[in-house]
Design a protein around this ligand. Structure first.
Ligand code: NAD
Ligand code: UD1
Length: 339
């Protein structure tokens, strides 16, 4: 079966996509420098799949090496997850983001062109919609950016469009993720943020474990039903299956596309807290505090185009997202460092 290179495949979304690809009959190959992941994930993947995980350790910025990896594994398609993703850090260290995210994409695309591989799935983000004019957000909504991280996603989308004009045989799927949460139901792999989590779900799981005293709910005066921010949380296993569906379309129909990967349903911060308490049977104490700068009130996807073009839609519930996030965190209180 076709070999698929997963840059950043040792990370949170990449490791889940690795499993879905294997289940769908592809041969996934991980390429990662472990800048934001742990090699122990490879043993966990082997435990789940019953097969040793194939991993090339190195940097996507190293174009000749990436080209050599593409050729040696006879790669038929690439999923590009590798990059830095912390919004706050990108404001403090913009050059790190432009170098790794933009430089990484240029390097990968050059290596692919050299090796004659033009099939690429790219991890974009709902952040490219900036502060949306209305919800649900469809793919033709205006794009903008409010921080260097978001800017890199926008520019990479544009670079891919330019490359498709120059190389009409390239097949590209741009996947705009909404808010990925949850973990594989085995409890063996999951999200393992370093330091204080920026995102809601990993913060909640650490509060439930007693590692942090309480959650700060950023803003309770938004124009939403309970005043707290509303987002489109999507189970990471649904997201992983979306990648398989996108690759199938690229490989079988040769059609390029840009689609949202979300559920189409918004949940407030307080709804997530309540769902998590129900799933974990643990209290999640919280304090209402002022809004986080840069946050917007209400973000959820119009998921219809993904269903139409990919034949894919998210099926897992918020309760499953919370139960799976809790299973992972409670069995691995210090993430992969317990391995
Ligand atoms: P992650 O940090 O867990 O995974 C990224 C992986 O890339 C890590 O394993 C890291 O070691 C690797 N990496 C980084 N720079 C590299 C380089 N130069 N060479 C080789 N490997 C490198 O992040 P994730 O949550 O799995 O996100 C994957 C992708 O999805 C990212 O591009 C991110 O911007 C995008 N995304 C994530 C979210 C989210 O909420 N997690 C939302 C929207 C988009
Ligand atoms: C953040 C990023 C976005 C990225 C997305 C998915 C910012 C400004 N945006 O979006 O670029 O694509 O993650 O990784 O960082 N919340 C709390 N308390 C917390 C943490 C979060 O109340 O401790 C609230 C937020 O205000 C928001 C919701 O929970 O309403 C979700 O927050 P978060 O998980 O950080 O995701 P986003 O803000 O949607």
């Amino acid at each position: 079966m076709t070999s698929i290179l997963l840059t950043g495949g040792a990370g949170y979304i990449g490791s889940h996509t690795y499993i879905s690809l294997l289940e769908a009959g592809y041969t996934p190959v991980i390429l990662d420098n472990f800048a934001n992941s742990h090699p122990a994930v490879l043993e966990r993947l082997q435990a789940i799949t019953g097969r040793p995980a194939v991993c090339e350790r190195g940097d996507v910025l190293d174009t000749p090496w990436v080209e050599e990896v593409l050729r040696r594994h006879r790669i038929g398609g690439v999923v590009h997850f590798a990059g830095d993703k912390a919004v706050g850090e990108s404001v403090a260290k913009p050059l790190k983001y432009y170098r790794n995210n933009l430089g990484g994409a240029v390097s990968l695309m050059q290596a692919m062109e050299n090796a004659g591989c033009g099939t690429l799935v790219f991890s974009s983000s709902a952040t490219v919609y900036g502060d949306p004019q209305s919800v649900p957000i469809a793919e033709d909504a205006a794009r903008s950016h409010t921080n260097p991280y978001g800017h890199t996603k926008l520019v990479i989308e544009d670079m891919l469009a330019a490359q498709r004009v120059a190389q009409p045989d390239w097949k590209v799927a741009v996947l705009r993720y909404f808010n990925p949460v949850g973990a594989h139901p085995s409890g063996l792999i999951g999200e393992d943020p370093s330091g204080i989590p920026n995102n809601l779900m990993p913060f909640i799981t650490q509060v439930a474990l007693g590692q942090r005293p309480h959650l700060q709910v950023f803003g309770s005066d938004y124009p939403t039903p309970d005043g707290t921010g509303v987002r489109d949380y999507i189970h990471v296993c649904d997201l992983a299956e979306g990648h398989v569906a996108a690759l199938k379309v690229l490989l079988e129909s040769g059609r390029s596309l840009s689609v949202n990967l979300g559920t189409g349903q918004g949940h407030s911060v307080l709804e997530v807290v309540r769902a998590f308490e129900a799933a974990s049977s643990r209290p999640v104490p919280f304090q209402l505090v002022p809004r986080r700068p840069g946050d917007v009130a209400n973000v959820y996807a119009d998921p219809r185009l993904a269903q139409e073009l990919l034949g894919w839609r998210a099926t897992r519930t918020l309760a499953q997202m919370c139960a799976d996030a809790w299973r992972w965190q409670s069995r691995n209180p210090t993430g992969y460092r317990t391995a």
